[in-house]
Design a protein around this ligand. Structure first.
Ligand code: F6R
Length: 261
């Protein structure tokens, strides 16, 4: 996997947005897999700026959700469907008809999960999947010890993740749903390009384990080591526990411009 160390979150956002813009130039109807949470926001802001300035065209892009809370009422502002509509689909000018995600309010959650895997396959698969990482090493909401071959399914959030996400629910952990639908690790690994973005000191340990530790279900993000085209973009703080940081810096500095991410 490639590890790119950037000075700060804004630089990470710009770099990943440029990779998405380049993809849309090559493939205007690319399927972009999008994560929610705080980390990817600078990416979406940078990409929206490129759309406004004419540097990027997302009018034919398609967008796929990574995960969703179970049990939030339709239209809840913190449902990931609402977040992706607000932060990605609307600012980029993507048609809401070109946006797919799992139905966290379905009566039959098992069927909703299978339907989402089928919808991703019918859409031709994700071209670029943007991922964040949990402080516990999760990707999507595949918590530690998720099967590395897992498909989209219901998962139970760890206490750690519910504490981390309470900030989106007025600081009240009791408002954070216990269950989610998440693309499985096996599902995520089917995307053509995985881009994991991590910023801040709080992610440094999880990043070090994912990048330099063994592939292990206890660190779900370590599954990126199995992917032929995985890029990890980290700011200085999130890179602070990487033993091979000097090598990663030298490699990226020597990379030909035409290669992109
Ligand atoms: C969100 C998701 C999660 C987050 C992770 C980091 O769709 O799948 O894996 O990416 O919890 O969240 P932030 O970026 O808020 O630290």
């Amino acid at each position: 996997m490639e590890v790119v160390i950037v000075p700060d979150a804004a630089a990470g956002g710009e770099l990943v947005a440029e990779a998405m813009a380049a993809l849309l130039r090559r493939k205007p109807d690319a399927l972009l897999g999008v994560a929610t949470g705080s980390t990817p926001l600078p990416v979406y802001e940078a990409l929206a700026r490129k759309v406004r300035s004419g540097e990027a065209d997302a009018s034919r892009a398609r967008v796929a959700q990574l995960d969703e809370y179970v049990g939030l009422p339709a239209g809840h502002p913190e449902s990931y469907r609402s977040v992706v509509l607000r932060e990605v689909v609307e600012p980029l000018g993507v048609s809401p008809d070109s946006f797919i995600g799992p139905d966290g309010a379905a009566d039959d959650i098992v069927a909703a999960c299978a339907a989402y895997d089928a919808a991703l396959a019918a859409a031709g698969g994700v071209d670029l999947q943007l991922l964040g990482i949990g402080t516990d090493g999760h990707i999507g909401f595949n918590e530690p010890c998720s099967s590395l071959a897992s498909r989209t399914r219901i998962k139970t959030l760890t206490e750690r993740t519910r504490i981390d996400n309470a900030r989106f629910f007025g600081g009240d952990i009791d408002q954070v749903p216990r269950h989610v639908i998440t693309q499985g690790i096996g599902t995520i690994l089917e995307a053509r390009h995985l881009v994991l973005l991590a910023t801040g000191e709080g992610k440094a340990e999880a990043v070090a384990q994912a990048v330099e530790g063994p592939v292990a279900a206890v660190v779900p993000a370590s599954a990126l080591q199995l992917h032929p085209h995985a890029t990890v973009v980290v700011d200085e703080a999130a890179a602070s526990k990487l033993k091979l940081a000097a090598y990663f810096r030298a490699t990226y500095a020597a990379k030909p411009d035409w290669q992109g991410l």
